[in-house]
Design a protein around this ligand. Structure first.
Ligand code: HPA
Length: 270
């Protein structure tokens, strides 16, 4: 595994002169941000040695090096989900490669079902913490030398980034909410009883990604920041039928606001 990671990182290093320290995972709803990146180099996942290939509709599968908010970034257009059948090692492979490439900051986005009773569809939720409810742990197996066997998780989502995001949202008049993201395997959306359970457990939103990538990034010492777009509600009395198309539509509508926060944050930190 380590050999594959190093081989992939070396291939990338040989194919671009760009050396960003910030990476962005463009999940559901943030795909359009890719169009705002001034591209230096872009590699379809299929061209990159050892890289998995993404299969789900709405994720096109490209590693982009370019300028965003005036800073060099590495952007993953399309991520790998556990529900697609990838192992946790495959889901988090790009994060391991990012570490080898010298990435220090990771920004992630996702679509999620809101469980906090005050949340509304279209809300942007700054992720303050998470609950890992995936059936397999991404750090399961021999420990990688990037971090300790038993990693501390007391501050997984960087507080300084959260403060900056709050300030940016206030300055620009963008409404944000905050909360705990519960990461589940999917691919089913939740039953009303499951939403209730995740809410009782302490979750504010639930989705099918992010947690594995963030855990591995954290283990690599990469500072992380994440936003969920609330695309549907898992709140008692407000639960209606939900589809992938609706999730994408709801996410699309607030894309520009989310992009604004990411762009400003990148501009201020890198
Ligand atoms: N549940 C799980 N994943 C999701 C949801 C949801 O309600 N909405 C968007 N992704």
């Amino acid at each position: 595994m380590l050999e594959q990671i190093k081989e992939t990182a070396q291939w990338i290093t040989e194919h671009t002169t760009s050396r960003p320290t910030t990476a962005v995972i463009l999940g559901t709803g943030l795909g359009r941000l890719a169009q705002e990146i001034e591209i230096i180099d872009a590699f379809p996942y299929s061209e990159i040695p050892n890289f998995p290939i993404s299969t789900v509709e709405g994720h096109s599968g490209k590693l982009i090096f370019g300028l965003l908010g005036g800073k060099e970034v590495l952007a993953m257009q399309g991520r790998f989900h556990f529900y697609e059948g990838y192992s946790m090692k495959q889901v988090t492979f790009p994060i391991r490669v990012m570490y080898e490439l010298g990435i220090k900051n990771l920004f992630v986005s996702n679509a999620a079902g809101g469980m906090h009773p005050d949340f509304e569809i279209g809300d942007l939720m700054l992720i303050t913490d998470h609950i890992n409810f995936f059936p397999e742990h991404p750090l399961n197996g021999p420990n990688f030398p990037t971090g300790p066997r038993f990693p501390d998780m007391s501050e997984t989502y960087d507080r300084a980034f959260l403060d900056m995001a709050r300030a940016i949202a206030a300055e620009k008049g963008i409404k944000v909410v905050e909360g705990v993201y519960v990461g589940v395997q999917g691919p089913t959306f939740e039953t009303p009883a499951e939403y209730r359970m995740y809410r009782i457990m302490g979750g504010d939103a639930v989705g099918m990604s992010t947690v594995p990538e963030v855990i591995v990034a954290h283990h690599c010492g990469i500072r992380t920041f994440g936003i969920s777009i609330i695309t549907d509600l898992g709140v008692e009395g407000k639960i209606v039928e939900v589809s992938h198309e609706e999730v994408q539509r709801a996410a699309n509508e607030v894309q520009p606001l989310m992009a604004e926060i990411f762009r400003s944050l990148i501009n201020r930190i890198a």
